[in-house]
Design a protein around this ligand. Sequence first.
Ligand code: F6R
Length: 610
Amino acid sequence: MCGIVGAIAGRDVVPVLVEGLKRLEYRGYDSSGIAVLEPGTVRRVRRTGRVVEMEAVAAQKGVHGQLGIGHTRWATHGGVTEANAHPHISAGVALVHNGIIENHEQQRERLLGLGYTFESQTDTEVIAHLIHHHLRHGSADLLAALQAAVKELTGAYALAVMSADEPERLVVARMGCPLLVGLGEGENFVASDVSAILQATRRVIFLEEGDTAELTRNGVRVFGPDNAPVQRAQHLSDVSLASLELGPYRHFMQKEIHEQPRALADTIDAVINAGSFDPSLFGADAEAILAGIEGVKILACGTSFYAGSTAKYWIESIAGLPCDVEIASEYRYREAFANPKHLVVTISQSGETLDTMEALKYAKSLGHRHTLSICNVQESAIPRASELVCYTRAGAEIGVASTKAFTTQLAALFQLTVVLGKLHGKVNAEQEADYLEQLRQLPGSVQHALNLEPQIVAWAERFAGKANALFLGRGLHYPIALEGALKLKEITYIHAEAYPAGELKHGPLALVDEAMPVVVIAPNDSLLEKVKSNMQEVRARGGELFVFADQDSNFAASEGVHVIRTPRHAGVLSPIVHTIPVQLLAYHAALARGTDVDKPRNLAKSVTVE
Ligand code: F6R
């Protein structure tokens, strides 16, 4: 959460900073700001609200410079005010920060004692003063002052710092938050993520934990945690600019929903091309590791947790291995039992969710030896900390509400399931061929589900006026009901809850009356008749039913029962196909309510705080 960008060049860097901040807005959109060097001084512009508002003020004030830093904020310490917006300045030292400083209160006390005053309630302002203090007391230059200051911090940070007295350098530091350096010709950049600087360069260096670096126009020097110079590999980013543009779509969420046939086809491409589920999908050493495990433990948050919850059904029924799924923020703080023969699978779109990262570290500290990460962002922290990796190939996901990341996570988890099933003698050649065929048909089935959009728009308009909604599913489709409720609540702000349909009579049925819409995921599987009985229970209390049923499930619409038919039953992959209508329902209900679909209130895409 929070995005940072910085540049040192022989041209005006304000357009680079502003463009970068717009691309980083998914990381936080409470406020934004830039600081640039003007002869002998640092000039700063900050605004609450969106980057475009800050951009307009910067243009009106005629702010330009060849060295600058920028920030987009998701508020943690201190409210959403201009005073709390970054950059923060201490007598000519300006900085932007992503992360949380845990010992900021002690440092604040100490700095107050040294005569510093504070203008904000942020943890970040202490870092600016601390660097300034070191500059005045022995540090040879800005880099040395930064290196001395970070040794006194506990917590997580990505920092970019400049000083009015040192116009030829930009210094940066990284611990626990992503930061990369972009290499240009006669200009260099720093950013939380490559999308922010893609318009200037594709050549990047991913900084490692504890690194600091100094950027001048003509060079970059990186230093390891002991401040000794180190070489870090250069990478050429393959993120496409087109993937960061809206194109003909109104919102990124809409674009990303419609990209799912392509994203799924890319994610399953290797298996389809090979004509088999090969363990090497998960890394060169995967076969021996996956053959030796006796169970699976999945750790994740939010939508990724629901992907894991679906996979539990697959792993236990297809691969015949015990599987438990746990919310990462719960697991990391409980005295958990660790079975070193169980594979720990983390699922994360961003690869930098703090709770998932900490849960992974905790699992390792408890003795788990084998770890696998399913992730959408190359080189991010969680896959780097994992033994085996499977990258989903969804492409950049910018809408805060996760869509294509979820369905591609499911596709990756299904591939893991079949690989495990083969290695553990539960999936024979005939079954493998059958699963392969189901996977081959998946992008087409998802496209058919997308074609239901006009019917779903009509439903969404009815949802827009509701205060509450219930989602029901059973078995494999219960996690899809959970995902549908999460999508609806996060982008429409309608209160929505999901239940396994059989659980309704144990309490939630009390909520059902004429005002309660009840969405039912009702594919033509072995639980269909049970779901139908649960629907009767709702109808008998006046609840209005909105049913997503398969083409072949022989469902009739009637008074108070609305039915949309999804494609022919997609077998074990049905949860992926049934995700599409609930995404579309949430999207169109949000449109009808006029909420900010891509940037829902209070949220940010990449959750790097507790
Ligand atoms: C909901 C959503 C979140 C994320 C969660 C985990 O639409 O996007 O619930 O799924 O914050 O994020 P990742 O997958 O990046 O670890």
